[in-house]
Design a protein around this ligand. Structure first.
Ligand SMILES: Nc1nc2c(ncn2[C@@H]2O[C@H](COP(=O)(O)OP(=O)(O)OP(=O)(O)O)[C@@H](O)[C@H]2O)c(=O)[nH]1
Ligand SMILES: [Mg+2]
Length: 294
């Protein structure tokens, strides 16, 4: 019997949703950083097994939208959980109690009436027995199909989680070609890679106002080398200065880290040029948002 279906990964910002989709896929599909609201769009990871095909969707962290970008992210989450077979609802092992954000998510999960697995992530960060309290709290609130503790970071519990997902999936065909592993284009992966390095390298305030666009990407004739031009948009002139850094040092640092990852993905050398432009308040402007997210 062949099984298949769609699985959405949801949860608060920073709980490790993207780390989980990468761990499940064994590939870098979604960018990861210690800053909340790293993921902005729905990103698919396709897993093929002999007896199953599972399409996972990583989603932005659920939070109260503070601008138009936030509203778009919320729409993305709502679309992603529609018509899925299973929801993986991630919480953190270090959580003390349920908290406001998770109350909100719990209610959404209940509304959806979709089979839901509660996944307790980051168990590497606590003593195992301290999650018993969380398990008790959550199981009193909802009839989860399963509650599975994992460490997405250490690849711990991932197989158990996958087995459970396959068990719960309906019988069905492979919806995607079995050679496909994500719905992201090369261009999108490059943009996200640059954004990841910026998020990880810059301090708090600036990175959230960043957007990245590949302006051009060309392979040189007769050579295994790509020329890639990328624009980093930020919201303020002062931010532009911070991103470029003293004598261009910050931008160089971001560029070098991004280039290494992009070269690995493309399997050849890359000449990466980064440019920084100010696009004031783009996160709250419908037109500018559309320009950036096409
Ligand atoms: N200790 C520990 N840290 C983890 C684990 N999984 C993820 N993290 C860390 O948690 C932080 C957030 O991880 P992400 O995967 O970006 O979280 P996310 O839920 O996708 O976040 P948003 O996209 O902002 O909603 C990163 O610093 C990860 O390295 C884990 O199992 N254990
Ligand atoms: Mg994420």
């Amino acid at each position: 019997m062949f099984k298949s279906g769609f699985v959405a990964i949801v949860g608060r910002p920073n709980v490790g949703k993207s780390t989980l989709i990468n761990a499940i896929s064994g590939q870098k599909i979604a960018i990861v950083s210690n800053k909340p609201q790293t993921t902005r769009t729905a990103i698919k990871g396709i897993i093929n097994r002999e007896n199953a095909q599972i399409i996972f969707t990583d989603t932005p962290g659920i939070h109260k939208p503070q601008n138009k970008l936030g509203e778009k992210m919320e729409e993305t989450i709502n679309e992603a959980v529609n018509e899925v077979d299973i929801i993986l609802y991630l919480i953190e092992a270090t959580d003390k109690g349920i908290g406001l954000a998770n109350e909100y998510i719990l209610n959404k999960v209940k509304e959806h009436k979709v089979k839901t697995i509660l996944v307790i992530n980051k168990v590497d960060a606590i003593k195992k027995e301290s999650i018993l309290e969380l398990i008790k709290l959550y199981s009193e609130r909802h009839d989860f199909e399963a509650i599975i503790p994992i460490s997405a970071l250490n690849n711990d519990g991932i197989d158990i989680l996958l087995d459970k997902v396959i068990e719960l999936l309906p019988e069905g065909p492979a919806y995607y070609d079995t050679t496909e592993w994500t719905d992201q284009t090369e261009k999108q992966i490059i943009e996200e890679t640059v954004r990841e390095k910026a998020l990880r390298t810059l301090d708090d305030e600036v990175p959230h106002g960043i957007a990245v666009e590949v302006v051009s990407m060309k392979k040189r004739e007769n050579r295994e080398l790509y020329d890639i031009d990328v624009t980093i948009y930020c919201e303020k002139k002062t931010h532009k200065g911070i991103i470029i850094g003293k004598d261009g040092a910050m931008l160089k640092n971001i560029g070098e880290k991004a280039r290494k990852d992009i070269e690995e993905m493309l399997g050849c050398k890359v000449n990466l040029q980064l440019w920084v432009k100010v696009k004031e308040d783009w996160r709250d402007n419908e037109n500018k948002l559309r320009q950036i997210f096409h």
